[in-house]
Design a protein around this ligand. Structure first.
Ligand code: AMP
Length: 556
């Protein structure tokens, strides 16, 4: 199959805002794709070369790509950098450079999907001495045979910055439409095997029945079950006949897979983090099972095994080098809470109390390192409240109250788990700065700096950054307003006059030396603009931020 066919689809998708139309465009592509390249085409259509959970990366960053474009087109690196500054997107730079080149030499061979995938897949295996030259050679080889529009998407795919608005739901519906299968079955299959490339091939070959037969498999992550929020412990306890309360830990969810002595660790977002946590992989070898998938929450601790805030742990998740040193600097422990697969059998159909019994048989606890989470199986409100208080005092998030009679349902918030966390009031904060975005967002100010007010000095002190949760329209609108207020520019960073007040929700307030206020909002999200009714002097004070910070540990 020729790569240009895929590129034509990309171009159509990029122009098309409507979800239904996108599904149609994509399903036309899938329908005409030969079976032997279907997996690749579906994966590429999501802007990826490897499935979401693969730890393979192309390892080609902007700098290397500038070199490749320069080498292939004969332009100097400086020229390529200048074009990038003007156009804001390397894909478009490559397209324009190839257009110019094409006028000089009209010869191009026809690039196929296989050509692209074969060369791009090779990139992830190239490491160490000489690998950079080899990578440059592989991509340059593809680029020199590309038509300008092919170059654009090829480059975006390789540097892994590909966004054409094809969300997972669109791919799911396109697969259903192309092969006449049930979208719910496609989605269920995805929860157990989150790789639409593979699922498309199954759907094409065997239809609905084959989709129903897809099972989880150790070594490939599943999309995990999630909890719902409930306003009070009382209501949560009332909901279940047989309720089990566990602390809700402030860490990272881990799926631990074991098969024939091999261990894999995946996060909830399907990232493979086995390399980042060698000590956990080691503990998991002691699991008493030939094959299993168990779940737990990993948290950072001090040397004595006492919990530390989440920030410490996030350093470990992100770190890909000097792992040994990190293992020493930031020790971790795991609280195990579920088992979904044991000795070649999925356990999703079994109720939680039975799964927990199995978990107890499989785990050989390693104190303060690798243990099953304590469970309070009671409907006694007083006891559960006391348990909640202890969790908050230990700086954890609250409780998970679980229905002991519920099956495991991957991928969904189904009301079998309820999370109890302190409810935190939104804050009214002032925008005091922002950053010019990258790529598609280069014309927008994003990563907006949020500040609270120091009532004594009247100064505004930073307490967080808002980068997501805004629509394109809101970003455009905000940029227009902020541009008029710019007082200082330094590279991509700007400072603005404190005028715009926004109401912001967040998950939590943490202490942070990074910000002037000494506090940081975790996961801030825009609730609404308050310019019409609030001025900067009406913004919330540092005192209030501090009092909410304290409240997090005392609320029951
Ligand atoms: P949330 O992210 O607020 O929807 O809460 C769900 C997350 O809480 C899960 O994905 C886990 O990472 C985390 N968690 C912490 N402790 C537990 C627990 N005891 N049982 C289940 N999930 C937990």
């Amino acid at each position: 199959m020729r790569y240009i066919e895929l590129v034509k689809t990309y171009t159509q998708l990029e122009k098309e805002p409507g979800k239904l139309k996108k599904v149609e465009i994509l399903s036309e592509l899938f329908s005409k794709t030969p079976e032997e390249v279907l997996e690749k085409v579906v994966t590429l259509s999501m802007g990826r070369v490897f499935p979401a959970y693969s730890d393979k990366k192309t390892g080609v960053a902007t700098q290397m790509m500038i070199k490749i474009i320069s080498k292939t087109t004969g332009l100097s690196e400086k020229d390529v950098v200048n074009k990038l500054k003007n156009l804001g997107d390397l894909g478009i730079v490559a397209e324009k450079c190839m257009e110019a080149k094409r006028q000089a030499s009209l010869f191009t061979r026809n690039l196929t999907v296989d050509d692209v995938v074969t060369n791009v897949e090779k990139l992830s295996d190239l490491v160490g001495k000489g690998s950079q030259e080899k990578k440059i050679g592989l991509i340059s080889n593809l680029l020199s045979s590309s038509k300008p529009e092919e170059a654009k998407y090829l480059i975006k795919t390789v540097i892994e910055t590909f966004r054409i608005g094809v969300a997972e739901g669109i791919v799911r519906d396109a697969i259903a439409k192309s092969f006449g299968v049930n979208p719910t079955l496609v989605e269920n299959a995805w929860f157990l095997r989150p790789n639409y490339g593979e699922i498309a091939v199954v759907a094409k070959k065997g239809g609905n029945e084959a989709l129903e037969r897809i099972e989880m498999e150790p070594g490939k992550p599943i999309v995990v079950m999630l909890g719902e929020k409930e306003p009070s412990i009382e209501e949560a306890i009332d909901k279940y006949e047989d309720a089990g309360a566990e602390w809700k830990f402030d860490g990272v969810r881990l799926q631990i897979h074991k098969k024939d002595g091999k261990i894999w660790l995946f996060t909830r977002r399907l990232e493979n983090v086995t390399g980042q946590f060698p000590e956990i992989a080691e503990y998991a070898k002691s699991l008493n099972a030939k094959s299993c998938i168990i779940e737990g929450e990993c948290i950072a601790t001090d040397k004595e095994g006492n919990p530390l805030p989440f920030q410490k742990l996030s350093r470990r998740v992100q770190r890909k080098y000097d792992i040994k040193e990190m293992t020493r600097k930031v020790p971790v422990r795991v609280y195990l809470f579920d088992i979904v697969y044991l000795n070649s059998k999925p356990l999703m159909g079994e109720i939680f109390s039975k799964r927990r019994e199995k978990l107890e048989k499989v785990v050989k606890p390693i104190p303060k390192k690798f243990e099953i989470v304590e469970q309070l199986r009671t409907k006694d409100l007083k006891k559960v409240r006391e348990f909640y208080k202890k969790s908050l005092e230990s700086k954890q998030e609250g409780l998970m109250i679980k229905n002991m009679a519920a099956k495991y349902q991957p991928g969904r918030r189904v009301g079998s788990w309820i999370k109890i966390k302190p409810v935190l009031e939104p804050l009214d904060l002032v925008i005091t700065g922002a950053e010019w975005g990258k790529g598609k967002r280069s014309k927008w100010l994003s990563s907006v700096e949020l500040s609270c007010r120091d009532a004594d000095s009247g100064e505004f002190l930073e307490c967080g950054k808002l980068g997501t949760g805004l629509t394109d329209e809101q970003f455009g609108d905000l940029t227009r307003k902020l541009k008029k207020l710019i007082v200082k520019e330094d590279g991509v960073n700007v400072k603005v006059k404190p005028e715009i007040v926004v109401e912001v929700g967040y998950e939590e307030i943490q202490k942070s030396p990074k910000y002037g206020s000494g506090f940081a909002l975790r996961f801030p999200r825009l609730l609404r603009f308050r310019e019409s009714d609030k001025k900067a002097v009406d913004a919330d004070t540092l005192e209030r931020v501090e009092s909410i910070f304290k409240q997090q540990f005392s609320d029951v």
